[in-house]
Design a binder for this molecule. Structure first.
Ligand code: ACO
Length: 436
């Protein structure tokens, strides 16, 4: 099958690719060499940047699958360690493979004592996402063969194992408690909960409910094909920058409120609605008003145009967790009510805006006892296997090239340089005086 393009009266044919699930792509790899034109697609809403075997999404039908397995089944039965293995190595691990993998993840959990000292000098107000990104980039100072092929698998283990320790340490630092070292007798998620919530003076037993919910949260965030942060990891990795550098950039991309940072903003928004007398109409009105920057955080998605299956699972999990922990969180009721109102409103229906993964996740993190600025860190920890799997796939893809988009230039045409003496002042160069 070919696609025909007519440009200035001349006809060009381009090959059409069809994916496993019949999604259709026109291969424009040779568009510019053959036609002289480029494709212009700000935000890449129509651009496929790679072929991938990792994650499938059908946004119209609300389908998400990891390596072919439906998210609902994976979320119900798997552990996060299994999902990491599945995404990174392409198949579900056997018992033996899982044991070896879990053992490696445990035994690489500690971070270098020198890296631990880095935490000391960040200002107390430093956002933990900033700390996570900086610390992950710093791992390449400790593992200098980070770009070497023979060390790739070891560095993947190191990154997965140490990121949770870094995340837990940044939380401990923010609450002014001493760091708690990882334990080798605990699973990945148990170890993380232990490092987050244990205090040296008291014994700490990991609650099975918390462990189950943490597994669920991490699994639901584990991969989501070519989203903003994953695309960033691939772009940075395409220059052959090492794994730690590429993932550190992905963490920075995830931090933004339009992406993973939305989970923190959702809770802040729900709190604002509560404090403002639950004036839902006002906030829905603000979200619809084009002159107002306010958006319903946790609503809308570039790909999902029906429902986000992760949000459906998390809404149910929020009810269960709060019930089991005996927590009555008014923000959960506010979230549900807001969802109901928005989903009856023509504005949201027309634009196919539904709750996304970030809408209910914050309620769960809150019930677990985490402060709002840790929510996106939790997302990052969940997304790690996805970033790693995508980075590895790109590295192993013989078709992969350095990411280098083009542009349509709309600035000034050529003009002669004007020497400084001849330039006309267009605005005052007087510095503004500051009154003390
Ligand atoms: N509240 C109000 N209006 C919205 C919202 C929202 N949350 N989201 C989209 N819209 C409107 C836009 O104003 C636009 O309206 P228009 O057609 O009248 O101009 C229309 O819906 C389409 O929105 P776009 O911004 O063009 O959609 P895009 O695919 O570029 O953006 C995004 C998707 C960033 C997720 C957007 O829906 C948004 O800002 N949501 C809130 C932030 C959020 O929850 N982010 C998390 C996303 S999930 C994740 O990254 C893990």
């Amino acid at each position: 099958m070919d696609a025909k393009l007519v440009l200035e009266g001349k006809e060009f044919e381009f090959p059409v690719l069809v994916g496993t699930e019949n999604e259709v792509g026109i291969d424009f790899t040779k568009l510019r060499p053959r036609t002289g034109a480029i494709g212009l697609d700000p935000g890449f809403g129509n651009t496929g940047s790679c072929r991938s075997t990792i994650t499938f999404i059908n946004g119209e039908k609300g389908i998400l699958r990891y390596r072919g397995y439906p998210i609902e089944e994976v979320a119900e039965a798997a552990t996060f360690e299994e999902v990491c293995y599945l995404l990174i190595f392409g198949h579900l691990p056997t018992r033996g493979e899982l044991e070896t993998f879990s053992d490696q993840l445990t035994h690489h959990s500690m971070i270098h004592e020198s890296l631990k000292k880095f935490f000391d000098d960040f200002p107390p107000t430093a956002h933990p996402m900033m700390i996570l990104s900086a610390m992950v980039a710093s791992l390449s100072a400790f593992y200098t063969r980070a770009g070497e092929t023979e060390d790739v698998d070891l560095n993947i283990i190191r990154l997965l194992a140490k990121a949770k320790t870094i995340a837990a340490y940044s939380f401990k630092r923010s609450v002014g408690q001493p760091f708690v070292y990882p334990r080798n007798d605990l699973s990945y998620t148990e170890n993380f909960l232990h490092m987050l919530f244990a205090v040296p003076a008291e014994p700490y037993n990991v609650s099975p409910v918390m462990d189950r919910v943490l597994n669920l949260l991490l699994i639901l965030h584990a991969d989501h094909e070519q989203n903003c942060s994953t695309a960033t990891v691939r772009v940075v990795g395409s220059s052959q920058a090492n794994l730690f550098a590429a993932v550190s950039a992905g963490i920075a991309a995830l931090w933004g409120p339009l992406h993973g940072g939305a989970n923190q903003r959702v809770i802040e928004m729900l709190g604002m609605i509560r404090d403002d007398g639950k004036d839902y109409k006002k906030y829905v009105g603000k979200a619809k008003d084009k002159d107002d920057d306010f958006r319903l955080m946790g609503f809308g998605h570039r790909v999902y145009k029906n429902f986000d299956p992760r949000a459906t699972i998390l809404k149910k999990a929020a009810d269960e967790l709060l019930g089991e922990l005996g927590i009555d969180d008014p923000l959960l009721e506010i979230a549900k009510h807001l969802e109901e109102i928005a989903l009856e409103d023509e504005y949201f229906l027309e634009r196919k805006l539904y709750p996304n993964v970030d809408f209910y996740s914050g309620i769960l993190y809150r019930a677990m006892g985490l402060p709002t600025d840790m929510y996106t860190v939790m997302f990052a920890l969940g997304r790690l296997p996805g970033w790693i799997a995508q980075w590895k796939e790109m590295r192993e893809d013989p078709r992969a090239r350095i990411s280098r988009p083009r542009q349509i230039y709309t600035g000034e045409a050529q003009r002669p340089y004007v020497p400084l003496d001849l330039r006309v002042e267009s605005r005052s160069t007087e510095p503004e005086l500051v009154k003390v």
